[in-house]
Structures are given as structure tokens and as C-alpha cells.
Design a protein around this ligand. Sequence first.
Ligand code: BGC
Length: 482
Amino acid sequence: LTIVGWAAVLLGIAYAVEHAFDLQLWQALLLYLLPYAVAGYDVVLEAWESITEGECFNEDLLMTIATVGALLIGFVPNGSPMFDEAVFVMLFFQVGEVFEHLASDNSKKSIAKLMDIRPDSATVERDGQLLTISPEEIKLGEIIVVKVELLKELDNGIRFYSLENESLKLVVVNMGCRIMEILAPDASGKRSDVILGLKNIEDYANDPAYFGAIIGRVANRIGDARFSLNGKTYELYANNGKNHLHGGKEGFDKKIFDVTPLENGLRFHYLSKDGEEGYPGNLNLYVTYTLDDNTFSIHYEADTDADTVVNFTNHLYFNLSNTLEKVTEHSLQINADYIGCVDDTCLATGELLPVKDTPFDFNEMKKIGQDIEADHIQLKNAFGYDHSFVLKGEERQLTLEEPVSGRRLVISTTAPVVQVYTGNFLKDGCIGKAGRVYENREGVALETQLMPNAIHTEENPSVILRKGEKFESTTNYIFETI
Ligand code: BGC
């Protein structure tokens, strides 16, 4: 139905109801105001928001126009024959609005709205079953379980999206597949942002900390910024002393990815051309972000047309507290018996250190800060934790907890190691979301990946991707409460 159609139907009903019940003006008005009293002012505020954001012809805007119009008519001296009808039109809109408002408030799920602009993609609940369908198939009033929405698009191809379901909400941008916000519930159900990041998208162009970004072609350091493969030496850019770090001068964190909305997430693609940053082979990287209940998943897929090296990760810094308490107050548990050692340039040496009886033993849950200042050469080399933990087991290999908010993050991954970096150099960063430069150790990066510098240290380097082979890896971030 068009707007005119809806208006005609509602006017008809209103007219019939008015005559059937022989209502007075004040009774009709009371009926009209009642839903407002139940719903509170949120409905009105939302209406104004939708006007200021320039959305048109959604029901909120229509409601506002109807309300203002009816009030004007109503206050015209001597009344107007249209007043009662207008009141009933408003009443019907309002009742629908209230039901919708209460339902969405109670369940935090989004409901496809009358006249609303639909999400770009969605998973819906039909007859108790979850169905992934195209946006055109969403029915009015249907519960949307995962909502994927394009928030903003800039002229240079940068696109911002939100991914939202009942428990989590993410704001994501296709520059480096950056995750700018993750809203996750605390023990009382209050959602707030649990990752560090920068204020403005422009700031990410000079981001020294790789906040929330996909890292590639090779995460972490490659010693002496060069490597040999199939008898040929490849020279890379040395952007970290004499070493190459996180993909070089302009790594994947700064590249604009193509993006396709999925029913429950987003799929990104980037073609890294042969010779980019000195690496051989045309490399296709596909990164898929999906939401399922309390789990956010990252899936990496890559192929190449010539033998090359790859090591992808995501550089999310977590802080699960509501007040940006230092992460040294968070508790951490990792299923790992060994870490990879680093030299005093933080370069992985290939030597494995058994964690038993060292500050690196996180097999039992302990505070990150408990041993971080201990007198251990590995902690001195990296100014804290900045090491690869060799993971044991198939799932739930890592758990991070913050006792005050009651948030818990569990990581399940197919990757062999997790680089735990306690933000030891964060202080050199730019202005963060908190409105100031972050302090050291205000966030912990938990980077699931292959062993850093493997091309120099492993006999059969896990980081080599051969022509015709497919690289795949998945990491699940599960948000729970203690
Ligand atoms: C590395 C750190 C590095 C940081 C840069 C981390 O992944 O492990 O050594 O300083 O990234 O943000």
C-alpha cells in the first residue's frame, strides 16, 4: 500500500469507530495520548531523529506530520469537521508504534517497520526458524535477528556499516576492514564499547597502533625486511627499525576493500597486486565478518597466482571494563605451554620457551598485571607481553575477563598461535575515542595468526602459500558474562 492508501484505510476505520462508539472529542484525545504515556517520549525523539537524518516517508515522520497537522486543525477556533478523523488516524499509527516500540525494547531485536528503509541485508526468524533471506523478502513486522546496514558512504569509496543482533553491535568500515566499535553486554545487560579505536576516520590514515584492522600481507615482523622464496630474495620496506612490520609502508589496514553485505554479516575482498610492498604474486584476500548470537566470527580465505607468504590477523584491542580500567586488571587464561621468544627489537627468534614457572604461564586464569613487571628477559625485551602463545586444543583456547563489568571474552580459533600484546607502546598513538591519547596498557590485542617471522625460523614455513592453494582460517570471539 502507498502512504495515501494507508491513510485512506485508517481514515475509513477511524470514521467507522467514531460513529460506532459515539465518542466525544476529549475521549478521543485521551485515547490518543494514552499510548504516548505508555511509550514515553522515545517515540517522539526517534521521530525527530529520523527527520534530522533526512529519512523520508518512514512512519515516524508520517506520525509527526499527522500529529502537528491534527493539533493545528484542532486548535483552529470553532473546531474542524476533520479533527476527529485526524485523531483516529493518529491513534492507529500510535498503537502500532507502541507495540513495535515495546517489542523492540523488550527483545532488543529489530522489527521490519511500516514504511521504513530496510536494512541492506538480514537474517529473520520465521515460524521459530532462522532464515537468511534477501532484504526484498523481509515482511512487515518480521523479527530481524541480524541486521546489516550501510551507515554512510564517502566519495572515496569508504563505507561504514553496522552489524547488529540481540546481543552485539559492531560498527565496521571497509578501510582495512576496521572494526570501530563492538558493543557487548555487561553482567547487568548494559551494552557498551569494548574495543579501543580512533575518533575520526581521517585519523586512521596515520594510525600507528593498527586499531581494529585486518593486518596483511604478513602480520608482525619479518627480520631484516627481506626473505627468500624458491631461491629468490624479496626486499621489503623496513618500517620498524631494520624490520618489516604488519605489511610494510601501507599494509592491508589502510587498503579499501570491496564489500558485499550478507544476511548475517559482511564479506570483504582485496586484491593485493604482484609486487605490492615487495611481495610476489597476485593475492586475493576474502575476509568475512558474521554475527551469530553472542559470537562474532572472522573468516579469512586467500589464494595466489604465484608462491608467496601470508599471515593475516585482526588487530582488535580489547578493554572489557565500562571505565577503561587498565587491562592489567583483567584476568587472562590461555591454553598454551610455550611462547615464541623475541629479541630486543620484538622480532620472533624461533626459539620456544616453556611457560611453566615463568610469568608467561596463563594456563590458570590470572591477572594480566600479576607478573607483567617481573624480572624476565622476555618481558624486558618487549616492555611487557608482546609474544606469540602456541595454542593447545581446538576451541576456547583463550579467555579474558573483567571482574567489575562481569564481561568475559572467549576466543576459539583454528589459528596455531595468538599474539598477546598488552599495548606497551600505545602512548605514542593519536587521539582515541576516549578523547585523549590512550595510556600504555589500556587495551590488550589478541591476534590469532601464524607464528611471526616464520619465513626465517621454521623449517617448512607455515606462512608460505603456494600457487593454486587456498589459505583458510577462522576465529570466533564469544562474548559472555561471568
Ligand atoms: C606487535 C607489537 C607492535 C604493535 C603495533 C603488535 O601486533 O606485536 O610489537 O608494536 O603490533 O601496534
